[in-house]
Design a protein around this ligand. Structure first.
Ligand SMILES: [Zn+2]
Length: 330
């Protein structure tokens, strides 16, 4: 029975349904325009008997005694419909962070009227850059559906008092559509309206989700030649902004590792992407030295070329770039 089904599917593409109790598999008829009526209330009319192998169409009357005769009748030129050739994979389950799409949209829709906008400007981030990267503002209690709140709770994003842990922060979701990672950079308390944040963040930034590739790498295209690697979100934003100002977006992309110790998967990404030339811009602190050593080791193992540059005057890359520095040769 399974043999006949798989042989029939080889000829006709996947069955629309299998009526196992009646030993029939039902398909769109290949002899008349059956499938054209799909989606307009049309139903498939072509049956293959799963034990005896005979087949018939209830609509146009095509019929035969075996799958061999079906093959013959369809002729050598016959190919199953293109859509049927591709195996029907179940849709990719949404990532936990992706379920927060609605909340991220909300965060984006308010950003220009929020304290984050002033903060971004003070950090040198232009409106253009903020909008390209889809930056948002973390509303303490966003107005979203119950399902979204549930997803946020499962992502450990909601506090017991109902306040979201991204409250009073700049939000960046990576990649901007169907994100797998969410970054929050908290605004300093004194730049927020009183009562915005009912808690004191442990650090000035926080991340949810799985970091499986460098953040920002969604901007890489087949034309990308140089990848500039940084540690933090604002380093990325300012570097990307500079690349834009220089008109180098076609061949140069900035990415960041989101912290000084990238995940094993992110290291693997570097080992597996030998096609770029890499420039690491490191922070001046000791953690930055370690970071540059470990990331460049992974890149070297891929066989790609990599060099590390240190911004002048003990400045972080974003500060240095804003003060006019830019490494030679990029
Ligand atoms: Zn037919």
């Amino acid at each position: 029975m399974d043999d006949i089904l798989s042989a029939a599917e080889e000829i006709l593409g996947p069955a629309v349904r299998v009526e196992a109790n009646r030993d029939w598999a039902i398909f769109w008829c290949p002899f008349h325009n059956d499938a054209d009526r799909r989606g307009q209330g049309g139903r498939p009319n072509f049956g293959v008997h799963l034990v005896k192998g005979y087949w018939k169409c209830l609509r146009c009357g095509a019929t035969g005694g075996s799958l061999n005769s079906l093959r013959k009748k369809l002729g050598q030129e016959w190919r199953p419909p293109v859509s049927a050739l591709q195996p029907t994979r179940p849709p990719r389950p949404p990532s936990q962070v992706e379920l927060l799409d609605e909340a991220v949209s909300e965060a984006r829709s308010v950003v220009q009227r929020s304290p984050a906008w002033t903060y971004l400007a003070s950090r040198g981030v232009s409106a253009y850059t903020a909008l390209v990267y889809g930056l948002g503002y973390g509303i303490p209690v966003p107005n979203v559906h119950r399902e979204t709140v549930e997803a946020a709770k499962q992502s450990m994003l909601v506090r017991k008092d109902g306040t979201w842990l991204w409250a009073g922060g700049v939000i960046y979701a990576d990649p901007p559509t169907h994100p797998t990672v969410m970054n929050v950079r908290y605004l300093p308390e004194e730049q927020l309206p009183k009562g915005t944040r009912t808690f004191k963040p442990e650090k000035n930034h926080k991340t949810w989700g799985l970091r499986t590739q460098p953040l920002g790498s969604w901007r890489i295209t087949p034309a990308t030649r140089t990848v500039i690697v940084l540690e933090g979100l604002f380093d990325l934003l300012i570097t990307a902004q500079k690349i834009h100002q220089l008109g180098r977006e076609a061949d140069t992309v900035a990415v960041y590792t989101n912290g000084a110790s990238p995940s094993a998967k992110m290291h693997r990404w570097f080992r597996e992407h030998a096609q770029y030339e890499y420039v690491l811009m490191r922070d001046p602190d000791p953690a930055g030295v370690e970071w540059a050593l470990s990331v460049s080791a992974s890149i070297r193992r891929s066989g790609a070329s990599v060099r590390t540059v240190l911004p002048p005057d003990q400045l972080d890359p974003d500060e240095a770039i804003l003060s006019g520095w830019w490494p030679s040769g990029i």
